[in-house]
Write a protein that binds this ligand. Structure first.
Ligand SMILES: [Zn+2]
Length: 63
């Protein structure tokens, strides 16, 4: 898993799809629709909430 930069498909500000990687700061994206430069930061991953893992988690909860 790459926590440094995830692929971004839509601008979080205007919803535009014309995004380009931006040099500064590292990992930033430039939206060519609204000219905003932003970064996306991964905070955490709660694996128990990933659907593919929920079956296993439910079994572990049983006595
Ligand atoms: Zn935008």
């Amino acid at each position: 898993m790459s926590a440094l930069r995830g692929e971004v498909y839509h601008c979080p500000y205007c919803g535009g799809e014309d995004l380009r990687p931006h040099e500064e700061p590292a990992g930033a994206w430039l939206c060519r629709s609204c000219a905003r430069v932003f970064t996306v930061r991964l905070v955490s991953v709660d694996e128990s909430r990933i659907p593919a893992h929920s079956h296993t988690a439910a079994e572990e909860d049983r006595p």
